[in-house]
Design a protein around this ligand. Structure first.
Ligand code: DON
Length: 589
């Protein structure tokens, strides 16, 4: 029987309240999506392409097709049909997360000595310029796969904006010019790339239009026939003929046999968050996991002291990159000891080995089997970030895509097979050309990342999701070897509560085992911190050029808010818009 006495009501009332609050939260956690679309990419026209496709009823996966294809047209120095990348997907319906691995593969005729002369010395430039530097592209396969398996629109519909942009052309901007100047020689070496991107062998004027009718025709073929329009038939024929005539080793079988792979992403747990990131052949997720585990091994933190924080992070970076060099490679060809590298026991051992007061010289960290030459850097522009590109998308229903895509170096190999409009990558430089030989980002590798037929070169690209009790973040950045440490710092900032704008603006620092030094952006380390780090034995290397071009989407489920930000270091744009209404622009113009 219900007792109506005031005492009993006083007992009952808070319990009712609690019940309703719980009901409210339960309702909220059932809410799958933010109700708004959000896109952040490195180019306003690519962001606009995503908006167009989302407005036409597409989902985040259709938007990813549209952005990918558009970026290849409007940012030809960064990515394109002739390259590859990793797409991290999350499907809201069933919570399924997967990594679409569209990484390039080594041609069947590739071998460990591909870039060595008769004395076993690396031939300068051979893994960077011209068709011998190009792996078999994965991008056309990715476009078809996303549309066919995850999208709602046809491939042709999602490729529409890119085809239009390629046909109509777009004005040359300062970034394009800077990168084209840097790659002038490689672009001049072949008639087709020179015709599209140069004017009589010289750089075009800023504002002049770059029109790409041949690329539009190739995109149309893919729109009509799917990936087979690229990997088979007339385009494949032209690709192979062009590559071989200029000294490359591709065959029609290489193209016909290209296989995209769906892989389980790396899933990490840190400070109550679930972090989903790229699995091998990217080194990103594992290296991030190792670094977070090292932090967690000390009680989930690094204290309040800035010097101690940077010291510990740097020591964690050093150890993760040492292991990257030794153990990571294509999981279909080498045994990557994922479980061991990500085990708490291993992290505890690494943590115990860190001296809290002194830098560990990288030379003192064992590198079995290795006679690593911390060789000279191979170019003045080796760490620029207008090459490669990242975009983050979340649709109103909560489907999301984090994708980092690339040709590797600016304009890839600089080689465009005649009659295709497709600029080829130089991803082969991501292999170790020889044991311990630094690649263009100063990264070394050994047997696990040696050149072998059909292998995928080890990558640093790290598209990532961060999921906490109340927020979901989608992030990533270009930046060669620094991608991993930039994404790590992004994750930590998000876990510390930073908003999207704060995450992209934050100044960044980096250590990659070799060269043994802390590289940092202006403003990343205060003068006291610099002094203290130097006293602990760290070599400091301030960098003039900015690090990365991060694109972030954060959905705050608790406060029902979605935030986007495009890195101010780049020219990108980010937008949030309600389905079926005009987009509201945010972030950099
Ligand atoms: O896959 C990788 O790790 C490299 N090819 C990425 C290159 C890159 O990010 C260049 N950008 N600055």
């Amino acid at each position: 029987m219900i007792d109506p006495s005031p005492r009993h009501l006083a007992w009952l009332a808070p319990r009712f309240l609690l019940f309703f609050v719980l009901l409210l939260f339960a309702g909220q956690s059932l809410q799958a999506g933010p109700g708004q679309h959000a896109v952040a990419s490195a180019h306003p026209l690519a962001t606009a392409a995503a908006q167009e496709v989302l407005a036409a009823g597409g989902n985040a996966f259709d938007a990813a097709v549209a952005v990918t294809a558009a970026l290849g047209v409007v940012e030809p120095q960064g990515s394109g049909l002739g390259g590859g990348g990793f797409f991290l997907l999350h499907r809201a319906d069933d919570g399924y997360s997967v990594m679409v691995d569209a990484r390039e593969t080594a041609p069947a005729a590739a071998h460990p000595d591909l870039y060595l002369d008769a004395d076993g010395e690396v031939i300068p430039g051979l893994s960077l310029d011209g068709p011998l530097a190009a792996g078999i592209p994965g991008m056309p396969a990715a476009l078809g796969h996303l549309a066919a398996n995850y999208g709602r629109l046809s491939l042709a519909d999602s490729l529409g904006p890119a085809i239009r942009l390629a046909e109509e052309g777009l004005p040359v901007d300062a970034t394009f010019l800077q990168m084209a100047r840097f790659r002038l020689q490689a672009l001049s070496d072949g008639a087709d790339a020179a015709r599209v991107f140069l004017r009589e062998g010289e750089l075009p004027e800023e504002g002049e239009a770059i029109v790409q009718p041949q690329l539009a025709a190739t995109l149309r073929r893919i729109a009509d026939r799917g990936p087979a329009g690229f990997y088979e038939g007339e385009i494949a024929q032209r690709l192979v003929e062009g590559v071989r005539a200029a000294g490359g080793i591709w065959t029609l079988e290489d193209l016909a046999n290209y296989e995209l792979v769906e892989r389980e992403p790396v899933v990490l747990h840190y400070r109550g968050a679930r972090i989903v990131s790229a699995s091998p052949p990217s080194s990103g997720g594992i290296a991030i996991g190792q670094m977070l585990n090292i932090l967690a091994a000390g009680g989930n933190g690094y204290g309040d002291d800035e010097v101690q924080r940077v010291h510990l992070l740097v020591e964690a970076m050093r150890r993760a990159y040492r292991d990257r060099a030794l153990y990571l490679g294509d999981p279909d060809h080498v045994d990557v000891p994922v479980a061991r590298l990500l085990s708490a026991e291993y992290a505890s051992r690494l943590r115990a080995d860190i001296d809290p007061d002194r830098a560990t010289p990288s030379a003192e960290l064992p590198l079995e089997a290795a006679d690593a030459a911390a060789g000279p850097e191979r170019s003045a522009l080796d760490r620029e970030s207008e090459q490669t590109t990242h975009f983050s998308v979340m649709d109103a229903e909560g489907n999301r895509v984090a994708a980092t895509i690339t040709l590797n170096y600016p304009f890839g190999s600089g080689f465009m097979p005649p009659g295709t409009g497709v600029l080829l990558n130089n991803e082969m430089d991501d292999f170790a050309a020889r044991p311990g030989e630094p690649n263009v980002y100063g990264l070394i590798g050994f047997e696990a990342n040696a050149i072998r037929p059909h292998r995928r070169p080890l990558s640093s690209m790290s598209p990532t999701f961060v999921e906490t009790a109340d927020r979901v973040a989608v992030l990533g950045t270009p930046g060669g070897s620094r991608i991993i440490t930039m994404v790590l710092q992004g994750i930590l900032a998000i876990l510390d509560g930073a908003g999207a704008a704060e995450v992209v603006q934050a100044r960044r620092f980096h250590h990659q085992y070799l060269p043994d030094r802390i590289e940092y952006e202006t403003g990343a380390l205060g003068s006291r911190v610099q002094l203290q780090l130097a006293r602990r034995g760290h070599a400091l290397s301030p960098q003039v050029r900015p690090f990365g071009n991060m694109q972030v989407v954060i959905w705050d489920r608790t406060h029902d808010r979605i935030e986007v930000a495009s890195d101010p270091r780049g020219n990108g744009s980010a937008a949030v818009f309600t389905p079926a209404t005009a987009p509201e622009q945010r972030g950099a113009p």
